[in-house]
Design a protein around this ligand. Structure first.
Ligand SMILES: Nc1ncnc2c1ncn2[C@@H]1O[C@H](COP(=O)(O)OP(=O)(O)OP(=O)(O)O)[C@@H](O)[C@H]1O
Length: 257
């Protein structure tokens, strides 16, 4: 780069930015000796800021294990996981709990809302537990984006499945986490509500620079991502950029054959 170009380059050139999440040579073995299962068998993968990535593969290929190891929900047998500059795989349980609370957002298939709290209280709960002040402008923006404005005082039981998952999405996004992990986020939703939730995840990546990593079985859901990585037998075997449901399905069929 010439000197003048270097002088005018933005202070944080995204091409220089380290990945938000970086996994190197991950191995996860469950059980011992004869009953040992190599759920992850040397996986190296990284995820850039603002990227929406889907993890796919046949049943038992290691998708959930990979996500749990990336998110510090499970320990690895060997290998490293970094979140930014922090090596998760070196942290003790208490430090991991704080890291998950403060730096990671989670969205689960079963929504995981507290039934006695309103939608608004559910969205604000992680911040209250962490004794973090929330940014009212961000709260309003996220609630508007996910279309919950007139439902905030409702209990989860008075909300549809799609609305409950939107509460979970808003809850995951509010604290401005470095990464959001979504585990089959549309598994319990009809196709229209599922499409809405996936649209919010895609928009949060594009508009808010949110890094999103999603495990899914559904090629239609994966097509909302920027990139799909494929696992088979605990190994990363393929990836597709700018996926469509057809290209994802083609790859899955090849993997299963
Ligand atoms: N706690 C555990 N103890 C023993 N084996 C396990 C455990 N968790 C997962 N496994 C095994 O590890 C392998 C990978 O499982 P994992 O759940 O990660 O796959 P997956 O791709 O998410 O599967 P699915 O699509 O069916 O949810 C499988 O062989 C599974 O049986």
């Amino acid at each position: 780069m010439s000197q003048s170009a270097a002088e005018t380059a933005p202070a944080s050139d995204p091409t220089d930015a380290p990945p938000v999440v970086d996994a190197r040579d991950l191995v996860k073995v469950y059980g011992r000796a004869d009953s040992a299962v190599h759920a992850l068998d040397g996986v190296s993968v990284s995820f850039d800021r603002g990227a929406f990535t889907a993890i796919m593969g046949p049943s038992g290929s290691g998708k959930s294990t990979l996500m749990h190891c990336l998110a510090g929900l499970d320990t690895v047998t060997s290998g490293t996981v970094h979140l930014g500059r922090t090596e998760l795989t070196r942290l003790r349980d208490k430090q991991l709990t704080l890291l998950r609370r403060d730096r990671i957002g989670f969205i689960f298939q079963s929504f995981n809302l507290l039934p006695m709290l309103t939608a608004e209280q559910n969205i604000l709960l992680p911040g209250r537990i962490a004794k973090r002040k929330h940014d009212p402008a961000r709260f309003k923006r996220i609630v508007d984006v996910v279309g919950l404005g007139d439902r905030l005082s409702h209990l989860p039981s008075a909300l549809s499945g799609g609305q409950q998952q939107r509460v979970a999405v808003a809850r995951a996004l509010l604290g401005d986490p470095e990464v959001v992990y979504a585990d089959e986020p549309t598994g319990n939703l009809d196709s229209r509500s599922g499409a809405e939730v996936l649209g919010f995840l895609r928009d949060s990546a594009r508009d808010l620079g949110q890094t999103v990593i999603m495990v899914t079985h559904d090629p239609v859901a994966a097509a909302y991502a920027d990139r799909v990585v494929f696992l088979r037998d605990g190994r990363l075997v393929d990836e597709v950029h700018e996926p469509t449901s057809e290209t994802v399905l083609d790859h899955l069929v090849k993997l299963e054959s």
